[in-house]
Design a protein around this ligand. Structure first.
Ligand code: ZN
Length: 377
């Protein structure tokens, strides 16, 4: 049977399912609402033959659905990774309800990445109804705190991925539906500056301004930007001081650091840790860490991408590739040495933005591609 024709014939059913999922608002860090989506999806995965398990984290119930067919050709599993939380607060639906217009479907979280969850289910339904076989055991992990840093899901992601031959991440695709074969690593740091407080009118010379020191540090931090190498350092939030008539005794800053390679990451963190105060009487206290290591475009990833591109070509479409400055859960599995192909979500645009939408024409080819990944990879 022609896969794309089959999924095209189910297009309105697929859109109904997507609508239902989008209308279950699930802001990240909302334990009850994200867990409710896990509970909503569990029987749907069971209906298509999966065994389902909730992996309980402090941010909510992550959903693991898996198949261990006894007649699979290969032993090592693959992991299909996604998330069911969104960046949108409850009530967003009132301002940007699900709607279809000019071949696009709009709604909070539709592109990032609820539609892809529906396509996973669709493809599993097709495989089951047509008696097709999975090439390998398959796991589907849908987490509920990706948009807030995956603090309660990282351990589950790493446990569920550790014995897998490959990980496929259904984050939004790049323009034109291209996959992501490179993602930056991210570090988040907090710099506290301690100064000496004193009266700005009576004893100004006895003080040491933490705010002035922080101004020096901001200059030094921003001087570390190297756009050519893709190293970025941004002081995004600052605060400090107690009043205009007081030499500030404290000040602080939040810093975002990004880089393409692990070596660049280590180098930049070394340089940030080595910053020294410029003003006498002040001191620095740096905390924070590398939240996500980079997803590097390694030879094994290029090989994985090319294999999936061939499957897409069999279906009659071109799967491009590109880079992203943002990180995802794919960064964790890539860092474990497991080939991880990211950005496999349905084509669209506007993740985290008011015009978030997917391209309806891409639904059937995507579902077909997932089907081929499950049966041929
Ligand atoms: Zn996402």
């Amino acid at each position: 049977m022609d896969l794309i024709n089959y999924f095209n014939s189910r297009k309105s059913l697929i859109l109904d399912e997507i609508r239902e999922l989008v209308e279950l608002e699930s802001p990240t860090l909302d334990y009850a609402r994200t867990s409710a989506v896990s509970e909503y999806l569990a029987p749907k995965f069971e209906e298509v033959g999966a065994t389902v398990e909730f992996q309980s984290g402090f941010n909510g119930l992550h959903l693991l659905a898996y198949y261990t067919p006894t007649d699979a050709i290969e032993d090592d599993p693959i992991l299909l990774l996604g998330h069911l939380d969104t960046v949108w607060p409850v009530g967003t639906l009132e301002k940007m309800p699900f709607r279809i217009e000019d071949g696009r479907a709009y709604g909070p979280g539709i592109f990032d990445m609820k539609s892809s969850i529906v396509l996973m289910l669709e493809s599993l339904r097709f495989i089951r109804e047509n008696g097709m076989k999975l090439k390998r055991p398959a796991r589907f992990l849908l987490t509920c705190d990706e948009e807030s840093g995956s603090h309660s899901s990282r351990q589950f992601i790493e446990d569920d991925a550790h014995d897998c031959s490959a990980v496929f991440v259904f984050e939004p695709s790049l323009p034109g539906g291209a996959a992501k074969t490179r993602r930056k690593g991210i570090g988040t740091y907090h710099l506290k500056v301690h100064g000496i407080e004193s009266h700005a009118g009576l004893d100004p010379e006895k003080g040491a301004s933490a705010i002035l020191e922080l101004a020096h540090q901001i200059q030094a931090l921003h001087a570390l930007n190297d756009f050519e190498r893709g190293i970025t350092v941004n002081v995004g939030v600052i605060s400090g001081g107690t009043g205009s008539n007081v030499i500030a005794g404290h000040a602080e800053a939040e810093i975002d650091v990004r880089f393409w390679t692990r070596d660049d990451g280590l180098e930049i963190i070394d340089r940030i840790s080595g910053l020294q105060p410029a003003l006498k009487g002040t001191s620095l206290e740096l905390s924070g860490d590398l939240n996500r290591p980079p997803l590097e475009r390694t030879d094994q990833l290029i090989d994985l991408y090319r294999r999936v591109r061939t499957l897409a070509a069999d279906l009659g479409y071109q799967l491009g590739e590109g880079s992203a400055g943002g990180a995802s859960d794919g960064n964790f599995t890539a860092n474990m040495g497991i080939p991880t192909l990211d950005g496999l979500g349905v084509a669209g645009s506007g993740a985290h933005a008011a015009h978030e939408h997917l391209l309806i024409d891409d639904l059937a080819p995507r579902a077909a591609l997932i089907t081929k990944i499950l049966t041929e990879m």
